[in-house]
Design a binder for this molecule. Structure first.
Ligand SMILES: Nc1ncnc2c1ncn2[C@@H]1O[C@H](COP(=O)(O)OP(=O)(O)OP(=O)(O)O)[C@@H](O)[C@H]1O
Ligand SMILES: [Mg+2]
Length: 241
C-alpha cells in the first residue's frame, strides 16, 4: 500500500535505506576491488621493508623507499577502513568520535582536494567513547560532510569540524561550511524524504532524511542553522550510552 511522507519507517527499512545510501556514496568502489588492492599493497610494504634492511643503500634511495613504504601503509589502512565501512556489521562498540571524524575526512580527501576546500578542525580530545554502531556514525558524518562539500563548489570553500562535550552524558559535533546557505523557504524541508535541490541523478534527497532517522533511533538529534555571514551549520548530539 502506498504510504505518505509522514508515516513511520521501520528500523529494517531504515537500515536498508542507510545501506543503499552508503553504497551509493561509495560509488564505483566495491568491497571486492578494495580486497584485491590489499594483496599488491602488502607486497609493496614487505618488499620496501626488505630493501630498507639492506646495507649500503644510498641515502636518497633509502628516503624514497621509506616514502613508498609509508604511502603503501596509508593506502592499506584506507582500504581496510573501506572494507569496515561497507560491512553489514551493526554491532555496538566503543566509538571514538574524533577518530571517526578523521576517518571520514581522510575518506573524502579527494572530494576536498578537487574543490580546493580548506578543512579546519577544533576537536575536543578529552571526549569519552560513545557506545554505538560505528557504521551509523560514519554514515551520519559522511552524509553531512558530503552535502557541505557539494555546497561549496565555488573557490574559497572552508569546512570547519568541531567536536565537544554536550551536557554530562552527550557528545556533539558541528559541521560548518561557507557555501551559499539554505534558502529560508526550504530549510524546514531538508530532512524530508526525497527533498533535494540537486539535479536528477546527482541527489536522491535521502541523505538527511536517513541521517535524522538514524540519529533519532539512538536518542540523538540533528539541527541546522544558516550562518549570518553565509553558509550552513549542522549540529549533531549523540548520547554516550
Ligand atoms: N551544507 C549545505 N548547504 C546548502 N544546502 C544544503 C546543505 N546540506 C543540505 N542541503 C540541502 O538539503 C537538500 C537535502 O539534502 P540531502 O542530503 O537529504 O539530499 P541530497 O544531498 O540532495 O541527495 P543525496 O544525499 O541523496 O545525494 C540538498 O539537496 C540541499 O538543497
Ligand atoms: Mg546529501
Amino acid at each position: 500500500m502506498p504510504r505518505n511522507n509522514d508515516e513511520i519507517i521501520t528500523t529494517s527499512e531504515l537500515r536498508q535505506l542507510a545501506y543503499n545510501e552508503k553504497m551509493a556514496e561509495l560509488g564505483e568502489i566495491s568491497a571486492g576491488v578494495v580486497h584485491e588492492l590489499n594483496a599488491p599493497l602488502s607486497v609493496i610494504i614487505s618488499a620496501s621493508q626488505m630493501i630498507m634492511r639492506e646495507e649500503g643503500v644510498p641515502l636518497f634511495v633509502q628516503e624514497m623507499i621509506c616514502r613508498i613504504n609509508s604511502e603503501a601503509q596509508r593506502l592499506s589502512q584506507l582500504a581496510k577502513g573501506l572494507l569496515n565501512f561497507s560491512s553489514h556489521d551493526n554491532s555496538i562498540t566503543e566509538v571514538d568520535l574524533n577518530y571517526t571524524i578523521d576517518f571520514i575526512l581522510n575518506f573524502l580527501n579527494i572530494e576536498v582536494a578537487k574543490r580546493g576546500i580548506v578543512v579546519l578542525k577544533q576537536l575536543d580530545h578529552t571526549l569519552p567513547f560513545i557506545l554505538m554502531d560505528a557504521n551509523l556514525l560514519r554514515q551520519v558524518l559522511l552524509n553531512i560532510i558530503m552535502n557541505a562539500l557539494q555546497a561549496m563548489e565555488e573557490q574559497g570553500g572552508k569546512l570547519l569540524v568541531e567536536s565537544a562535550m554536550s551536557a554530562n552524558d552527550k557528545v556533539s559535533f558541528v559541521i560548518t561550511d561557507n557555501g551559499p546557505g539554505i534558502p529560508t523557504d526550504s530549510i524546514d524541508r531538508i530532512f524530508d524524504r526525497y527533498f533535494t535541490t540537486k539535479k536528477s541523478g546527482e541527489g536522491t534527497g535521502l541523505g538527511l532524511f536517513v541521517t535524522k532517522n538514524l540519529l533519532e533511533s539512538i536518542g540523538g538529534n540533528i539541527s541546522v542553522a544558516n550562518r549570518s555571514g553565509g553558509g550552513t551549520s549542522f549540529t549533531v548530539t549523540i548520547p554516550i550510552q
